[in-house]
Ligand binder design. Structure first.
Ligand code: IVH
Length: 852
């Protein structure tokens, strides 16, 4: 900003930038600035307003933080009633609906606006002269509750309309040179004196899951479903609580509006609302006739599980407003609109048993075995109970009638118990003391919600899960290694750890399939005979006889026993056995060896290290040999990695078994194709004071650590100092005592030393910030789509990033070019629509070669 700018001018500019960013994020779904940048601008505005209170206006983006309402909410009488909808559950009812309108209006063709029916809470937002003045719940349709303060905290709800002359930029054409300046025109239509917008406040599914996960970990209140989450959040008297809930909003209609302010179709109105700054679902469509409606219903039904929010149906509305007026209402529902419902996402059933499942990190997850029930079109027989605390909270018992919920592709869960239906004689559930798989003790870390099997990788359940995770698509991406086969590999002892996967060869795979595919030892022998010379066959017969024993019953473990006993060499008769799958699997294993650091770190299955943490670690440190030797405090140098995750990383790399597994993988040929020096950004935190803070030494605040580092710039000095010396160095007495106590406990002196050495090493290999060369693609955003022949998309992305590009997931006007492999889909189409340059693989390779 130029120094001459008046506070008023800067306030206006900031508000415009913030409103634009919000609009891009919530309405256009094309975020243009990172959250941190948004927060920075907001903070600047907040500070300016604090210094100049006369500049504060109620529609400023700073005015979203909540106030506390006293007692209860005031009543609001809706200027126009908030109606409900008639329901249809089958095609015939939809056809009737269309026929009724066609007859009444005497028209042959009818256009409808078809929209998703979000499952949240209906609200009405009132804007006067373009400024948000009041928000209310539906209530009984005539009178609702005034929840204005709560609704102000919902970021997707605009505090003023995006209309030229609304103080949010005049023509709307960006004047500033920064990327945040507006390039989005404001609506050219005049500000209506009154506008009531109706829509649904909802909680996106992912936000709901994340919220509950936190609540379960920290013993907070768990929300039953996103709908209850939205409703409960809006009814909070303390709007500061609402502000912390991840709520979103979609507009779907209007209430009272200044005469003549809106187009004469519903779809036109939605478009206008969008221009004025309201999020409108981009799933809405104009369709024709009953056929069009039913096609829409099926199309959305197919997408239902993958939508980011819950819907309970779709809504059809006659598109032209004149026709709507002519149709009128019956009781409280319009004759021109209809809700067409999908099967419910919650159903009642009974708990037949509660079992324990052991996960990759040993976490013991209780699972309810249920009487089979159809939930949203799928038969559900199991539902997660999350953890022992959750069971205690819900008091779920074997025999109980419960409500299960299945939404999207998440695992079905038990939501609540129907207490009135509890049979006599049930008992509260208790976590078993031993792992049902390996018999090791199930233990609980102090203060943690999770119980774990203490068997670690000696527990087959944990080993299987670790392998399953390792080969999964987002990890090493080995196609064709299914769950069942992993079971066999582990049970037969063929694969003990992940590195053993890379020893599998065609013979072994075919043998395994032959053994595990056989129902009986005799059946197996018959099949095996096709592929064995006489001598080898006799040997096999003898081994099998030993395994089988001389009892009447065949031991259940005969297959694993036989594999452990060892098989003779087979000479495959390819006409008698399918080999393609095994060849593909061997090829997939081979291909997975060339991987990225990010995938590799994720694949290791380190506790708390998900994809985004793995990505950050790879970006900041760049090299496996570095990462695997870092003491835990250093991991905290990566933004978003806190003490808990850093310690988990440290624990993982401290275990010699894990280091051995990494060595084995490297020895079998796994390699990272994207190794690079640490990020220059790392430099910012490579000083002694930061290190001391990262070590989490009691009482040692940042200020004190800075003083200490100034007085004792060598770690050796701190290691040798006694309490008096530390006091002389400027620490308060209790802090000095705490430091000495900490240093002499556990292995802390060693940790301090090791961390110091790691920092020195990093200091030597991390490039200077100024030394980062701008690459040929610096400042350009690139999108990859379709599949490439010569490398994976990840590899291509990593190489483009190395040349300075930013790789994005979706195409927008800002995309510099799109790399399209075979079977590219909608991203390619979008690029073509927007006239964006498209590269094929050959061009990409040529470019990469040229800049290698
Ligand atoms: S229109 C005059 N459209 O469904 C029509 N309602 O009973 C009034 N809902 O709780 C409603 N999505 O909040 C309409 N696209 C949509 C909707 C929708 C969800 C909710 C609405 C109300 C219920 C209707």
């Amino acid at each position: 900003m130029s120094p001459a700018k008046t506070p008023q001018a800067r306030v206006t500019e900031l508000r415009q930038q913030l409103d634009d960013a919000s609009y891009r994020y919530h309405v256009l779904d094309e975020p243009n600035i990172p959250d941190a940048e948004y927060d920075r601008l907001l903070r600047e505005l907040d500070e300016l307003e604090a210094a100049h209170p006369e500049l504060v206006t109620p529609d400023s983006p700073t005015q979203r933080v909540g106030a506390v309402a006293s007692g209860r909410f005031a009543e609001v009488r809706h200027a126009l009633p908030m109606l409900s909808l008639g329901n249809a559950f089958d095609d015939a009812e939809v056809e009737d609906f269309v026929r009724r309108i066609a007859e009444r209006l005497g028209r042959r063709t009818l256009k409808f606006s078809a929209e998703p029916k979000l499952d949240g809470l209906a609200i009405s937002l009132r804007y006067e002269q373009g400024v948000f003045v009041q928000g209310a719940t539906r209530g009984d349709g005539t009178t609702g509750e005034d929840v204005t303060a709560n609704l102000r905290t919902v970021r997707a709800i605009p505090l003023r309309l995006r209309v030229a002359g609304m103080g949010n930029g005049e023509s709307g054409v960006g004047k500033g040179k920064s990327g945040a300046a507006s390039a989005i025109p404001h609506s050219p239509f005049p500000i209506p004196s009154v506008l009531e917008v109706r829509g649904e406040v909802y909680m996106p599914r992912a936000a709901f899951e994340a919220y509950n996960e936190q609540a379960r970990l920290h013993g907070g209140k768990v929300l039953a479903n996103p709908r209850n989450g939205a409703a409960g959040s809006l009814r909070q008297l303390d709007a500061r609580i609402t502000a912390q809930r991840p709520l979103a909003f979609y507009a779907y209609g209007v209430g009272e509006v200044e005469e003549g302010a809106l187009p004469d179709t519903h779809s036109g109105t939605l478009q206008r609302l969008r221009e004025w700054g309201f999020p409108v679902s981009d799933l809405s469509q104009v369709v024709e006739g009953a056929e069009g409606l039913l096609r829409y219903y099926r199309e959305i039904g197919q997408k239902r599980d993958s939508l980011p929010f819950d819907i309970d149906g779709v809504v059809y509305k006659l598109d032209d407003v004149a026709g709507q007026r002519e149709m009128g209402f019956v009781s409280r529902a319009p004759r021109w609109a209809l809700a067409h419902k999908y099967p419910a996402q919650e159903q009642a059933t009974t708990v037949e048993d509660i079992e324990i499942q052991i996960g990759r990190t040993g976490a013991a997850t209780p699972v309810a075995r249920l009487a089979p029930v159809q939930v949203a079109g799928v038969t559900v027989t199991n539902a997660t109970l999350h953890n022992a605390d959750q069971i205690a909270r819900l008091d779920v018992r074997v025999g109980d009638a419960v409500i299960v919920r299945r939404a999207g592709d998440v695992i079905p869960e038990v939501v609540s118990v129907i207490l009135e239906r509890r049979p006599a004689g049930t008992a509260p559930w208790q976590m078993p003391a031993q792992c049902p798989v390996c018999g090791s003790d199930i233990v609980r870390e102090e203060g943690a919600a999770v119980w774990r099997c203490s068997g670690e990788l000696s527990c087959p359940a944990q080993r299987k899960e670790a392998i399953r995770h390792f080969v999964s698509r987002r990890a090493m991406d080995v196609d064709g290694l299914g769950e069942k086969f992993i079971e066999v590999l582990v049970d037969a002892g063929v694969v003990q750890g992940v590195a053993d996967l890379y020893t599998l060869d065609l013979d072994q795979l075919l043998q395994l399939r032959l053994v595990t595919g056989a129902e009986t030892p005799e059946g197996f022998l018959r099949e095996a005979r096709e592929h064995l010379a006489a001598g080898a066959y006799a040997k096999l017969e003898a081994t099998l006889a030993r395994v089988r024993g001389d009892g009447d019953a065949v031991p259940e473990t005969w297959q694993a026993d036989l594999l452990r006993a060892g098989l003779p060499a087979f000479d495959w008769n390819r006409k008698k056995i399918a080999t393609k799958w095994a060849e593909n699997l061997v090829a997939a294993l081979e291909a997975s060896k060339r991987t990225t650091l990010e995938r590799f770190l994720f694949a290791l299955g380190i506790e708390h290290v998900g994809e985004s943490t793995a990505k950050a670690l790879a970006a900041w440190f760049g090299d496996l040999e570095l990462v695997r030797r870092l003491p835990w405090p250093v991991f905290k140098r990566v933004p978003d990695i806190g003490g808990e995750v850093a310690r988990a990383l440290g624990r993982f790399f401290e275990q010699s078994g894990n280091q051995q597994a990494i060595d084995d993988l490297l020895a079998r040929g796994v390699e990272m194709v994207d190794s690079h020096p640490p990020s220059a950004l790392l430099r910012e935190g490579l000083d002694l004071a930061t290190l001391l803070v990262d070590l989490e030494i009691p009482k040692l605040t940042r200020i004190r650590a800075t003083a200490l580092a100034a007085a004792m710039p060598q770690i050796a000095q701190i290691l040798a100092a006694d309490q008096d010396a530390l006091v002389a160095a400027g620490l308060p007495k209790d802090t000095a005592a705490a430091l000495v106590e900490w240093r002499d406990a556990d292995d802390h002196a060693h940790l301090l030393q090791a961390t110091g050495e790691a920092l020195a090493r990093l200091d030597a290999i991390t490039p200077q910030a100024g030394a980062i060369q701008a690459g040929p693609l610096t400042g350009q955003t690139v999108v990859l789509t379709g599949s490439l022949e010569s490398m994976t998309r990840d590899e291509a992305g990593a190489r483009l990033e190395a040349l300075g590009a930013k790789v994005a997931g979706s195409v927008s006007k800002k995309t510099a070019f799109v790399v399209a492999g075979s079977e590219a889909g909608s991203k390619l189409t979008k690029a073509q629509d927007l006239g964006i340059e498209v590269w094929d693989e050959a061009r990409l390779i040529a470019f990469l070669d040229q800049h290698a």
